[in-house]
Design a protein around this ligand. Structure first.
Ligand code: NAP
Length: 266
């Protein structure tokens, strides 16, 4: 319980100075109720953006909404959606509703993912495999497809996919999760190449690395979470990649440690 309390507090903490670099921008974050997604949603709101909080658990989204309201930041929008079961119509409805409510969608952070079971491919349950691919890859495709019409009017929109080290080099027993992250990198590259000449949208993927969240705890139950970087400590990179001045980064598989080092003040 103590570790949980510390983790939550560290996610909420203000790790970077408040500024207005995302003023008047609208950014949708998936998996915004917990972990890295929660920290990113708060960071974007604290930098002036209106955030659309998409996630599975309404209560968690409401808690993030409440923090944003308490700090008098631009009012957030809650959009509960279970990516494991959402259908094409759900995504299309969301796309239309974003187009109706906002002049443009300026940022999309694909962050929600499930780890699923770890184990050898030979024994991986097919239903479990399909579920992980649905949440981690197919949902990102469906959401991107539905939201692109709302992003095209933005002068400099950003799409950021979330990868993992096991999505850049395969590792035994990481099963569907690892494969889904390779597919995520593929989706990022294809989309980035398509949009290079036809839009102002810049598309990248980020590997946050080992981070003190529930997912990490599930993957490494014996590890002391206090030895890991907090989600809040990654936020300078997540913020940079949503800002207009990151326009030179496109189609890149970004390593967060290098980017954080680059962004450190001299
Ligand atoms: P986390 O704390 O487990 O948070 C994952 C978020 O995704 C939660 O808000 C969760 O919602 C949401 N989500 C999961 N399944 C969903 C579904 N079916 N529908 C809608 N939302 C769903 O994980 P995290 O560590 O912050 O991970 C964030 C991203 O970073 C993931 O893409 C992960 O693969 C990646 N990553 C993390 C690490 C790490 O060490 N933590 C390392 C490499 C990559 P609920 O809270 O409602 O369940």
């Amino acid at each position: 319980m103590k570790i949980e309390a510390a983790r939550t507090a560290e996610t909420d903490e203000l790790s970077i100075p408040v500024n207005d670099t995302l003023q008047d921008r609208t950014i949708l974050v998936t998996g915004a109720g917990d972990g890295i997604g929660k920290a990113a949603a708060l960071t974007y709101a604290r930098s002036g953006a209106t955030v659309i909080l998409l996630g599975r658990t309404q209560q968690k989204l409401e808690a993030v909404y409440d923090v944003i309201a308490r700090e008098n930041l631009p009012e957030a929008v809650i959009h509960p959606l279970d990516l494991a079961i959402a259908g094409t119509d759900d995504y299309d409805l969301l796309g239309r509703s974003v187009q109706e409510q906002f002049p443009a969608l300026d940022g999309l952070l694909h962050n929600a993912s499930e780890l699923g079971a770890l184990g050898p491919i030979q024994y991986y349950a097919p239903e479990a495999w399909m579920k992980i691919m649905q949440i981690n890859v197919n949902a990102a495709f469906l959401l991107t497809r539905a939201l692109l019409p709302a992003m095209l009017p933005s002068p400099d929109a950003r799409i950021l996919f979330t990868s993992s080290s096991v999505g850049r080099k395969g590792r035994a027993y990481w099963g569907a999760y690892a494969v889904s992250k390779f597919a995520t990198e593929g989706l990022m590259q294809v989309l980035a190449d398509e949009l290079t000449e036809t839009s102002n949208i810049r598309v990248n993927s980020i590997n946050p690395g080992a981070t003190r969240t529930e997912m990490r705890r599930a993957a490494y139950p014996a590890e002391n979470p206090l030895t890991l970087p907090t989600a809040a400590s990654l936020m300078p990179a997540y913020l940079h990649l949503m800002q207009p001045d990151s326009q030179l980064l496109h189609g890149q598989a970004i390593d967060i440690r290098s980017l954080l080092t680059e962004l450190q003040p001299e």
